[in-house]
Design a protein around this ligand. Sequence first.
Ligand SMILES: *Cc1c(COP(=O)(O)O)cnc(C)c1O
Length: 497
Amino acid sequence: MFYKSTRNSDVNVTSAQAIAQGISEDGGLFVPSEIPAISLDDIKALGEKSYAERALFIFSKYLTDYTEAEIRYCVEGAYNTKNFDTENIAELAHLFDGTYMLELWHGPTCAFKDMALQILPYLLTTAIKKINLDKKVVILVATSGDTGKAALEGFKDVPGTEILVFYPDNGVSAMQKKQMTTQEGENVGVCAIKGNFDDAQNGVKAIFTNKEIGEKLSENGMMFSSANSINWGRLAPQIIYYVSSYAQLVKDGEIEAGEKINIVVPTGNFGNILAGYYAKHMGVPVNKLICASNANNVLTDFLTTGIYDRNRPFHATISPSMDILISSNLERLLYHLSGGNDAQIREWFGALAASGKYEVSDDVKTMLRDEFYAGCCDDTQTKATIKEYYDKYSYTCDTHTAVAVKVYEDYVKATGDKTKTVIASTASPYKFSGSVLSALGNTADCDEFGLVEELAKVSNIPVPASLAALKDKEIRFTKVIDKTEMKDFVFNSLYVK
Ligand SMILES: *Cc1c(COP(=O)(O)O)cnc(C)c1O
């Protein structure tokens, strides 16, 4: 298995190379040259295995240049009960008949990013050894709140690595900010920027692809890599939980082997739902992939009209991890749907960079409508949904998951589809206690830890120990910079002259 760049099909690298590098030199994203197939028998067999064993099986299809022992070392280091508060790693909760919550937030930072960022440091450091790169790896991260903390937690004090995280100053929740600014570790740096997530992501991408900066770094014995979902090492681990949840539903007798399911995903950068697309095309029986957006509904419009247009107001919502107008991973999907047409991708994404807009071909539009359903909701609807599900099912959703739940409700109303459905639950409600409490009609006026205590009184979910522990931690990072100062911050942090 080789990996190609979405912007140059002549690029052909191993998975280790793709993971070490993060993004292709031409600015394209690495994609597998083909999507490996698994059979229903394979899936049934996975039902009998642990999450780590399921991961081993799926990774072995994608990381064909890693030995079995190397993959085993990675999955066992990541997917265990030291890092996750449940043996199943990803939990499947029954919401009501035929509707399941895939809880992806049982890791150390309480968001689904842990599913990939607990293993990425293992995959990356193994890759560096495999390709004999004698360089320190500098991980640059742009975060809308959850990736930053999950990456910091994954990479802290990992030998041979350094990690720098940029987050939008006014674009994260109080708890998310606390999680990042109190981060421990000798190889970590955190900085707020005056701007939104797209500014942070554009800044990081520009640093990555700037030749001069890269050469300077190289002279100093370092290289960049990425822990954002532009890195294949972030995306591959996300495929596992979709395969795993299907295998689990079959094992539990909830579905017949071969029966199709819908997958609903609260979406921002399009990484999580794209992992669902890969799972489907590997052989997991999937009917619709349902893409749920908040008021930043650029994807809803794109998936229904085929026109991507980021020229619109940016809304700061109560689901901040989805406040994104440039969804990077769409580039991977369009590369696959256009049959690996790199010239086409260069044209579309060139137009996006130049004018913020592109329109895909009629063929691709048809495929998009076939594979996806898309919908969106605003903050008022999100809050009403949290209240409704709390009252009806005693289930406390976080603000992101509630967007998915609402869009799924709308989908069922519009289509009458009775296909059994898995909804990706992407964060613990405790990460967004203030908004969740306000949705439940509690207007307690206290700091983020007081809010956690309030939520604990009404929710039947135990308070995650990692969040409670933040209360006594010292704030280490307070810097706020202009988005034009990101490069200087990086060089200063790394002592690059
Ligand atoms: C990152 C994130 C999302 C969006 O996921 P993408 O892969 O960027 O589409 C949704 N919900 C939460 C809680 C997140 O942290």
